[in-house]
Write a protein that binds this ligand. Structure first.
Ligand SMILES: [Zn+2]
Length: 354
């Protein structure tokens, strides 16, 4: 089976190019598009035996660069794969989480990059100025450079956990989750509502590996429950601005009817003759997730919210709990991504002949 997967990946990637060497940020600033190779030529992938990324091998890996669109600076920079993945972990996960949870996150981040590079490149190409991925967490994945992480966390915190983060990346490098031989869309979130959400309930298209799974550990998190309060007037105005056809009663609280997914996330909220998606309500009122209830009381509207994030794929908090229970990163990933397989996918090297 593994052989079939690898062969398929070679075929899939045979249309893609392989940027090998880093160029300097200065060169890219001068003419980003000229220096970024779009995946259009003769890229290859080959299965690697598990290797420790140390010494000579690590030096080679550091020549494997990813064109990354730095959205805040509006420029593209090629960043070596280890530095890039450490930056994603810095930006997306608590560095003091268990090593196996950090490794799960590292594989998810690399898999997501491979997904962008293969399945999704053309979709986002223009927004990324031909880079493979960007640093906007609302579009791709967050990225925090060492300089920014030190500024944000302080030197002591960064120095305490930098090796743990780097080891998680180097010990899992090139490991990729696949479904039907393709890298999966390895989405993740901070904290579920006790169960993850199926993709079909959040994004309205079914993805076989993004199904509802148990993550009841999440209910033990300190910030599992949150509240958001707005005045009834602000509530009405926000909804009127969203849809001018909404009608509220002259007096009293409006009637609200909510439908939910099996995991409890709000699919839709009916109010004043209109229906609004739960994810849209989350956006309109800045809620931590779309798993909420609505309570009207004395001219105020109170949202009670469970979890944090879209709820699809891996729960980072849940991953950390599973790691504490002794689960390996592969077991953690197999728990959250239904039916996936692992392969090694190195798009940076030419295929070894013979
Ligand atoms: Zn992006």
């Amino acid at each position: 089976m593994k052989k079939i997967v690898q062969t398929a990946l070679v075929l899939i990637l045979s249309f893609l190019s392989v940027p090998i060497l880093c160029v300097t940020a200065l060169e890219l600033t001068a003419d980003p598009e000229k220096n970024v190779s779009a995946p259009v030529a003769s890229g290859t992938v080959y299965p690697q035996e598990k290797e420790q990324q140390t010494g000579e091998n690590l030096a080679k890996v550091q020549e494997h660069c990813v064109p990354v669109y730095l959205h805040e600076e509006d420029r593209v920079e090629k960043i070596d794969i280890v530095t890039y993945l450490c930056g994603v972990l810095n930006g997306e996960m608590q560095p003091n989480y268990e090593p196996e949870a950090l490794k799960a996150q590292a594989v998810a981040a690399y898999t997501y990059l491979m997904y962008q590079y293969t399945d999704n490149y053309e979709t986002k190409r223009e927004a990324h100025k031909d880079a493979w991925i960007c640093t906007d967490p609302s579009h791709c994945k967050a990225y925090l450079s060492e300089k920014d992480a030190r500024a944000s966390w302080g030197d002591a915190w960064f120095d305490k956990y930098k090796d743990r983060v780097r080891n998680a990346v180097t010990e899992t490098l090139y490991q990729t989750m696949v479904c039907q031989s393709m890298p999966i869309n390895a989405v993740f979130h901070s904290l579920s509502s006790g169960k993850t959400e199926a993709a079909k309930d959040v994004w309205e298209y079914d993805i076989p590996y993004l199904q509802e799974v148990d993550s009841s550990f999440d209910e033990t998190a300190e910030d599992f429950l949150s509240e958001k309060s707005v005045s009834l007037e602000e509530f009405k105005n926000t909804l009127k601005n969203y849809d001018g056809t909404i009608v509220f009663p002259d007096s009293g609280d409006p009637a609200v009817e909510i439908t939910r997914s099996d995991s409890g996330g709000v699919l839709a909220m009916k109010i004043g003759g209109i229906e609004i998606k739960g994810t849209q309500v989350r956006t309109l009122f800045g809620l931590r997730s779309a798993n909420f209830t609505v309570e009207f009381s004395n001219g105020q509207v109170l949202f009670h919210v469970k979890g944090y994030g879209h709820g699809v794929g891996m729960s980072q908090y849940g991953a950390n709990c599973l790691a504490k229970e002794g689960k390996t990163y592969q077991e953690i990933l197999q728990h959250y991504y239904t039916g996936i397989e692992f392969t090694e996918m190195n798009i940076f090297e030419q295929k070894k002949e013979g």
